[in-house]
Design a protein around this ligand. Structure first.
Ligand SMILES: [Fe+2]
Length: 235
């Protein structure tokens, strides 16, 4: 198989379990997800930034120079904000509060085991020198589909839940930003995964990221809706 075909097939494999099929996404877009579930979603998204993105920053010393530069700017913007926008964890708190809660209520919610898997897996790859695996877990597995999720969710929140554009800003900023972040990840994977063995490891990392993110939505859905959303696992 040529390498272009490998990457095209991997993207197809990742997207075969699209977030647009997840009950949490479908119910929110239709306006029938409980406000409590939206609050919990935003609480977990806060941890994805504070813990997940912080953990990803540990690959900066390992990455090639041009990737270091781009990655540092991306991660710094997420955690610290930029002149144009607040940090993404502060935006997540604001979006959670707009479901009808205080910021303190959203902030006090504990991290779920399904969310904790994100920083833990990224840290474990980084410790073993696997900067490209860690980046692929996040960029290929999570960010590449987060754009579509945020596009639908921001519209759902405004249409059905009375959110202002400012309340839903966390979701709006990710529509453009994560397209850029995902492109960084795909370019790095194509350039630095040089043999079949490394490409196989990147595939596993990307699918692990995709599954973690899906399963986090499922845990949030089950807690808020009392349902049993499907879980994904590597076979
Ligand atoms: Fe973000």
């Amino acid at each position: 198989m040529n390498t272009d075909q490998f990457w095209d097939e991997l993207r197809g494999e990742i997207q075969s379990q699209s977030v647009s099929h997840h009950p949490l996404y479908k119910d929110l877009v239709d306006g029938c997800l409980r406000r409590e579930t939206i609050a919990e979603l935003c609480a977990q998204l806060k941890y994805a930034v504070l813990d997940g993105i912080s953990s990803l920053s540990t690959i900066i010393p390992l990455a090639p120079r041009h990737i270091k530069k781009e990655l540092a700017a991306n991660l710094f913007g997420e955690l610290c904000g930029t002149p144009a926008e607040p940090s993404h964890w502060e935006l997540a708190l604001k979006a959670g509060a707009a479901a009808g809660y205080s910021m303190e209520n959203i902030d006090a919610r504990p991290i779920m085991a399904e969310t904790q898997l994100y920083p833990d897996t990224v840290a474990s790859y980084a410790r073993r020198g696997g900067w490209l695996e860690a980046l692929s877990y996040v960029s290929l597995g999570i960010e590449d589909m987060f754009t579509e999720f945020c596009d639908g969710v921001s519209r759902g929140l405004v249409e059905h839940y009375g959110y202002s554009d400012a309340d839903a800003f966390y979701f709006y900023v990710h529509v453009g930003a994560d397209e850029v972040h995902a492109a960084t990840g795909w370019d790095a994977a194509r350039q630095y995964a040089e043999d079949d063995d490394h490409r196989r490891r990147i595939r596993i990392a990307a699918l692990e990221g995709r599954n973690m993110w899906w399963n986090m939505y499922s845990a949030i859905y089950d807690k808020g809706e009392g349902g049993t959303a499907p879980r994904l696992s590597l076979n």
